[in-house]
Design a protein around this ligand. Structure first.
Ligand SMILES: NC(=O)c1ccc[n+]([C@@H]2O[C@H](COP(=O)([O-])OP(=O)(O)OC[C@H]3O[C@@H](n4cnc5c(N)ncnc54)[C@H](O)[C@@H]3O)[C@@H](O)[C@H]2O)c1
Length: 251
């Protein structure tokens, strides 16, 4: 029997790299999934790949009405919610503080901070007791780096949200944790590295690998395995924690 047999999992950023890799593993482990993403094309490709075990709804996690419609559609189509994987994300830019654009700062907080808040606020009343919420933060939620103002601020803020929720939802045995991936070998990270390279005047990928004891980027499926751990009963005594999956970059 799979680790998520019979469970219903809601995955935001489900059309993206880590979201799809995780949804794929969830389905392998017996779950049915609702995929949500603002990019309708990527979302449809993900849903098609996962077949009958998946449904999908284009969603902007920064918009209250969109999030409410997503949660309602999940309950209507799949009957329950056991796991929320709040994972949608954007990056912003890398720039010195005096040049950092205010609109970019706002747009990044809107997805990571307000988006995760809105998702939890809408989903919690519909979730089964004993469920699990996993929020994708980052190694960027645990350290500072020059120029990464919007993203690093947002990723730290998600820990605060997680800790409040972990205490509030413990009586219902709903566990709440953040996961903190290091650099992952995907388009999101490649774009970050291209931006960073302009600021530091050297190769962005090598910059990350040099700071990572395992000396490589991670793979989306490696993050998915750790999300599965937090989402399933394998971590039944784990709540309020920051699970770091970063090749050692944060030590
Ligand atoms: N790639 C990395 O190296 C890395 C490292 C640490 C943390 N993360 C985090 O992992 C998560 C997933 O990122 P990824 O690497 O799979 O990148 P990705 O770009 O492949 O996936 C992110 C997805 O979120 C979606 N999204 C963006 N704004 C949205 C919104 N308003 N509403 C709904 N969906 C929205 C995007 O369309 C995209 O499909 C993000 O939260 C990211 O910050 C990534």
């Amino acid at each position: 029997m799979g680790a998520l047999q019979g469970k219903v999992c809601l995955v935001t950023g489900g059309g993206g790299s880590i979201g799809l890799a995780t949804a794929r593993l969830f389905v392998t482990e017996g779950a049915r999934v609702m995929l949500a993403d603002v990019d309708a094309q990527r979302l449809e490709a993900a849903r098609t790949e996962l077949g009958d075990a998946a449904v999908a709804l284009p969603t902007d996690v920064a918009q209250r009405a969109s999030v409410q419609a997503l949660v309602a559609a999940t309950v209507a189509q799949l009957g329950r919610i056991d796991v929320l994987f709040s994972n949608a994300g954007n990056f912003g830019v890398v720039a010195p503080i005096h040049e950092y654009p205010e609109d970019v700062f706002d747009a990044v907080q809107a997805v990571h901070v307000k988006g995760a808040f809105l998702m939890c606020r809408a989903a919690v009343p519909q979730m089964n007791d004993g469920g699990s919420i996993v929020i994708t933060s980052s190694v960027a939620g645990l350290r500072g780096d020059p120029g990464v103002y919007a993203y690093i601020t947002a990723k730290h803020a998600q820990i605060g949200l997680m800790r409040c929720l972990a205490k509030e939802l413990a009586p219902r045995r709903i566990r709440v944790n953040t996961i903190h991936p290091g650099p992952i070998d995907n388009a999101f990270q490649h774009a970050v590295e291209a931006d960073l390279a302009r600021l530091i005047q050297r190769d962005g990928a090598a910059f990350f690998d040099e700071q990572t004891p395992l000396a490589r980027h991670g793979r989306p499926d490696e993050i998915a395995q750790s999300v599965l751990y937090l989402a399933s009963a394998q971590s039944s005594y784990t709540t309020g924690t920051t699970l770091v999956v970063d090749g050692g970059m944060s030590i």
